[in-house]
Design a protein around this ligand. Structure first.
Ligand code: AMP
Ligand code: MN
Ligand code: MN
Ligand code: MN
Length: 284
């Protein structure tokens, strides 16, 4: 398979912090010309069977997926897993452990918001969470928009939910080694998600890529809805420098919020190894 493939290997459903069901996403992907698809909910594989069935019903090729929250150098990093066995107990238990703690963190976020006069944010965010175990900043953002505190979710993140702001609570997620190990030992490929989004120094970024590789990680997102075109070029070079395959994915969450729709990004640069070449025998 070549890099000229409309593969979209990163998006979210109501199972985590997206607003569409796995079935609605499959239909939207098909309508947008996607050929190979993966649903990558945050820390959760509960939507995988539905997504695979919906992909089949729509004539889409499918890879299992998840986006695992990891703490590295004091920052949250996302590692996407593709093509693993979603029923393997090592993956299932690892994600259960990663999800644990979101509820407590959400209460602390709500306490922080209450101090600046925003009451009932925990209960409000919960009404937006399809899966209460996965209550996330996105659900708080939707509640603050609905209650008129901000006009869109980006404004909520800027004013309330990022480092130093009243509703921001850091959390200790999985380790990089654990996330990469769960993915690779269950037959998948680990991918560094949207590296352009992390606020790392050059040294920290180098450490992330080298440790990721040492643990068995094999790919990086190059063309993603979270990168600028300049970052496609930058991370294409990083992929080559570290000998990593490249992935492509919109990171689509919602028709009302996401700037990048399923299947609408440019193709991967032709001189990179597409991650789907390494996953040929895992495609359903
Ligand atoms: P959490 O896992 O609870 O920390 O929430 C992370 C989620 O919030 C991400 O997966 C995105 O969907 C969303 N998010 C993070 N940062 C921003 C931002 N600056 N603007 C909009 N959405 C964001
Ligand atoms: Mn998200
Ligand atoms: Mn992410
Ligand atoms: Mn994502």
């Amino acid at each position: 398979m070549t890099s000229i493939l409309n593969a979209d290997l990163h998006c979210h459903s109501v199972v985590s912090d997206g607003t569409l069901t796995p079935e609605q996403l499959a239909e939207r992907a098909k309508a947008n010309g996607v050929e190979l698809w993966a649903l990558t909910d945050h820390d959760e594989i509960g939507g995988q069977a539905r997504a695979a069935a919906a992909a089949r019903a729509n004539g889409l090729k499918y890879l299992t997926g998840a986006e695992i929250s990891v703490t590295f150098a004091g920052e949250t990093v996302h590692i996407v897993g593709l093509g693993f066995d979603a029923e393997d107990p090592r993956m299932v238990q690892g994600l259960i452990d990663t999800r644990g703690g979101r509820d407590k963190r959400a209460h602390e976020m709500s306490d922080g918001l209450a101090k600046v006069g925003i009451k009932g944010a925990y209960e409000g965010a919960l009404t937006f969470a399809g899966n209460p175990e996965l209550i996330s900043r996105t659900h708080f953002a939707r509640f603050l928009v609905e209650s008129g505190v901000c006009t869109d979710t980006y404004e909520v993140f800027r004013k309330y939910l990022t480092e130093g702001k009243p509703g921001y609570v850091p959390h200790r997620w999985a380790s990089l080694k654990d996330a990469v190990t769960w993915i690779t030992q269950t037959g998948g490929i680990a991918v560094i998600a949207h590296p352009g989004r992390y606020k790392f120094t050059a040294n920290e970024e180098y450490a992330l890529f080298s440790e990721f590789k040492a643990h068995g990680g094999r790919a990086v997102e190059v063309v993603t809805g979270s990168h600028t075109p300049a970052e496609y070029v930058e991370y294409a070079a990083v992929a080559k420098e570290f000998g990593l395959a490249a992935s492509r994915g919109s990171d689509f969450h919602s028709p009302d919020e996401s700037h990048t729709d399923l299947g609408t990004l440019p193709y991967l640069p032709g001189d990179l190894t597409p991650v789907w070449e390494l996953l040929a025998d895992r495609i359903q």
